[in-house]
Design a protein around this ligand. Sequence first.
Ligand code: NAD
Length: 409
Amino acid sequence: MIIKPMVRSSICINSHPAGCARETDNQIAYVKAQKEKRGTKSVREGGKGPKTVLVLGCSTGYGLASRISAAFAYGADTIGVSFEKEPTETKGGTPGWYNNMAFDRAAKKDGLISVTINADAYADETRAHVIDEVKKLGRRFDLIIYSLASPVRTDPDTKVLYKSVLKPQKKTYSGKSIDIMTETLKESSAEPATEEEIASTVKVMGGEDWRRWIKQLTEAGVLTDGCRTVAYSYIGPEQTHQIYRDGTIGMAKKDLEQTARDLDGQMKASVGGAAYVSVNKGLVTRSSAVIPVISLYLSILFKVMKEKGTHEGCIEQMERLFAERLYTGAGNSAGTVPTDSEHRIRIDDLEMDPEVQKICTERMEKITQENLAAYCDLDGYRHDFLATNGFDVEGVDYDKDVERMDVID
Ligand code: NAD
């Protein structure tokens, strides 16, 4: 069959197996090129970087880019957990499923161990499964990446299902958004969240589950001395704060950031380790594409950063996080990690550059349907949006008949 993108309400609901695989391979190629450029030594070459890495949320976005960076710059063996829909011969799976297939294929080719688990990362059974796998390998984790983004989470103790919502607090939000497929500016609004919705969002996207992972992994004795863990957060500019940083999701992120500070103390005491939140750049991923105003801000931001030559995608961000923040010691060992006054790693530095933000603010204020194309990187944003589902990827023949949906070749 011929597969074309199907987009409904800013969500792409299908994916292209070969396109997803090509995107993943492109990210791997980028990391390998950077490895050469930086002179990074893999474990086998005598490097002292991460050796056994757990990536929670490994299949797409920042988690996939983290797993690729650990494996292909440092030669780490990885266990990845994600929750994706498996394809059948005739029915497509979610992009992350194909990304995982491409990752596993490339890892195997390079002689790296990769164990990929498709399961609910919020469940204790999955934690037990991961502990079992790492013990079977006779290893302990020296790095744990927490990169889950989900609309729901079942509390393992009470079995209550919590839902996260994207809403402001206290007053109604209204502002401009962009429909990237029709290139139109539209007004969007969101009613303030109830106390229950805020609490529920914190339950899903806050730090509770991360704490549980670290507790159970520590108790199982599968963390090395000096083990580190990193989760991801976002801050962004003032204009997006009402819906993001000061909204329900922001409350969850603040909880995640507090969890990092707590876990840092705990891991220092238990294994001489450390815990961080890394504040990453705003990017188009499957999760961020549905947030109002963010699409407009990001398409303006991309244009400004491309003009300045500082634009980055997920893989550039994560490669830089590993090389310039986490593994800065001798022989690429875990060096001193630069953080801000709130113990956060800032890899959003280029996005938050005052000059970049000044131009973005001006353009956000002046935006109209007429100047949309001049101020926004519509093509770049649309490309990233489609490419996360394996479409619009260079070198992929989209007119070629796809015989089976469960293979990536
Ligand atoms: P994403 O949607 O691309 O990835 C989410 C991952 O979580 C996928 O691998 C998915 O399979 C996995 N997942 C979801 N529910 C799961 C479950 N129940 N069990 C197992 N796996 C599950 O998202 P992303 O944008 O890469 O976000 C990752 C993290 O980075 C989030 O914490 C997000 O807030 C943060 N972040 C994102 C941005 C951005 O602009 N996208 C910016 C800064 C920080």
